[in-house]
Ligand binder design. Structure first.
Ligand SMILES: NC(=O)c1ccc[n+]([C@@H]2O[C@H](COP(=O)([O-])OP(=O)(O)OC[C@H]3O[C@@H](n4cnc5c(N)ncnc54)[C@H](O)[C@@H]3O)[C@@H](O)[C@H]2O)c1
Length: 343
C-alpha cells in the first residue's frame, strides 16, 4: 500500500513511520506538514521521496493510494473532506474530533463518499487487554457487571511541547480519555446510556482539565468506572472486571491477567509477581519495556490493510470514533452541569 502521511510530529516520527518502514507491504510515498521544514527533515530521516506543505497537494498526489493523518484533531474535518473527494482510504489518529458536531460531520462525509476510514485505537493491542476481552467474550466471567479502568499518565509535556493539547481541547479527556473510554466500551460490548462525571484542574497554575472520574451506565445494566489523571508521575493502566461468573484483574502495562472464581488465595499473587518479573526482565533486555503502545503500530497497519480490502470487520472505523467522542461530550456536559447526562 502506497501511503501519504500528513503531520510530521511526534506520533508520526515515533510510532507510524518506524512501523511503516519495517513493513514490506507498505511504502510511504510522500509526507506533508504545514511546517515544510519539518516535513523535509522527516522525509530525510525516513528516506521519503516527496514533501508537501499542504494536505491537499498530498491527497492529489497520484502515487499516493491511502492517507494517514497524524495532525491535531481540529484538522481532521478538512483532511477527511479531501480524502473523500479523492476517493482515498484514510487512517486517522485518535481522537476523531474535539467536538460531537465535528465527529458527526466526519462520519457523514465518509458515509456519503463510501471510502474506508479507520481510527487508531492502538491501546486495544495490549496483550493483557486482548486476553481480558477474550475471557469476557468466551463467557468465563458470565455477564459483565462492572468494569473499572484506572489510567494515569504523566503530563504530555514530556511527549511534545506543541501547545494544541492545552488550547481548545478537553485536556486529559481528549488525550488519554479516548483510549480509556474506547477500552471500556470494547470490553463491556454494549451501548453506553448515561454518564456522570466529576473532575478538577488539580494544578492551580493550569487552565485545563487534568483529573476526571466518570461513571458510565450501559444497556443491559453493566456499570463502567473510568479514573483518568495527568497528575501522577508514573504511568498506571489497570482494569478490574466483575461478571456474574467471576472476577478479573489486569495490570495492562506489565501484561498480567488474573481470573478469580470464588475466594482468591494469596498464593495466586506469587505466580503473578513471577510473571511480572519475567515480563520486566524480557522488556529490559529487548528495550520494549517502556515503549508501550508505540510497539503496536505494525500490527495495527497489517489490520488496516485488511480493513481497506474489506477483510477485517473488527478494525475500528470512524463510527467507533464518533461513539467515543459522544461519551466524552457527555462527560464534559456532566462536568459543566454537575448532573448525569443521557446519551
Ligand atoms: N494513539 C496514540 O497513542 C497517540 C499518541 C500521541 C498522539 N496521538 C495523536 O496523534 C496526533 C498528533 O499528535 P502529536 O503528538 O504527533 O502532535 P505534534 O504536535 O507533535 O505534531 C502534529 C504535527 O501536525 C502538523 N500539522 C498541524 N496541522 C496541520 C495541517 N492542517 N496540515 C498539515 N500539518 C499539520 C504540525 O505542524 C505538527 O508537525 C493527535 O491527533 C494526537 O491525539 C496519538
Amino acid at each position: 500500500m502506497r501511503i501519504g502521511l500528513i503531520g510530521c510530529g511526534e506520533i508520526a516520527r515515533r510510532g507510524h513511520l518506524p512501523a511503516l518502514k519495517a513493513l514490506s507491504d507498505f511504502r510511504v510515498e510522500a509526507v506533508a506538514d504545514q511546517d515544510i521544514e519539518r516535513a523535509r527533515r522527516v522525509a530525510r530521516e525516513f528516506g521519503i521521496a516527496r514533501t508537501y506543505a499542504h494536505a491537499q497537494e498530498l491527497v492529489q498526489d497520484p502515487g499516493v493510494e491511502a492517507i494517514v493523518a497524524t495532525v491535531p484533531p481540529v484538522a481532521y474535518k478538512e483532511i477527511v473532506s479531501l480524502a473523500a473527494a479523492g476517493g482515498k482510504p484514510l487512517l486517522l489518529e485518535k481522537p476523531l474530533a474535539n467536538s460531537l458536531a465535528d465527529a458527526q460531520f466526519i462520519v457523514d462525509t465518509v458515509k456519503r463518499s463510501g471510502i474506508k476510514a479507520g481510527i487508531v485505537q492502538n491501546y486495544r493491542y495490549y496483550a493483557a487487554l486482548r486476553d481480558a476481552r477474550n475471557r469476557l467474550v468466551s463467557g468465563r466471567l458470565g455477564k459483565p457487571v462492572s468494569v473499572h479502568i484506572l489510567l494515569h499518565q504523566h503530563s504530555p509535556l514530556s511527549w511534545s511541547l506543541s501547545p494544541w493539547r492545552f488550547e481548545g481541547t478537553r485536556g486529559v479527556l481528549d488525550d488519554i480519555g479516548v483510549h480509556a473510554f474506547d477500552t471500556l466500551i470494547w470490553l463491556v460490548g454494549s451501548e453506553p446510556r448515561r454518564v456522570t462525571a466529576v473532575g478538577a484542574n488539580g494544578l492551580p497554575c493550569c487552565s485545563f482539565l487534568n483529573q476526571v472520574c466518570t461513571l458510565v451506565e450501559f444497556d443491559g445494566g453493566a456499570i463502567g468506572e473510568v479514573d483518568l489523571s495527568w497528575l501522577t508521575g508514573p504511568m498506571v493502566f489497570r482494569v478490574s472486571m466483575l461478571g456474574t461468573g467471576g472476577r478479573l484483574f489486569s495490570d495492562v502495562l506489565y501484561n498480567q491477567v488474573s481470573e478469580h472464581h470464588g475466594h482468591p488465595m494469596p498464593t495466586g499473587d506469587v505466580a503473578l509477581l513471577a510473571k511480572k518479573f519475567v515480563f520486566m526482565l524480557r522488556g529490559t533486555m529487548n528495550g520494549s519495556l517502556f515503549t508501550g503502545a508505540l510497539m503496536f503500530y505494525r500490527d495495527l497497519y497489517r489490520d488496516f490493510a485488511l480493513y481497506v480490502k474489506g477483510a477485517n470487520s473488527d478494525f475500528p472505523g470512524v463510527e467507533t470514533g464518533l461513539r467515543t467522542v459522544r461519551v466524552m461530550d457527555a462527560v464534559a456536559q456532566s462536568l459543566a452541569g454537575g448532573a448525569a447526562v443521557r446519551l
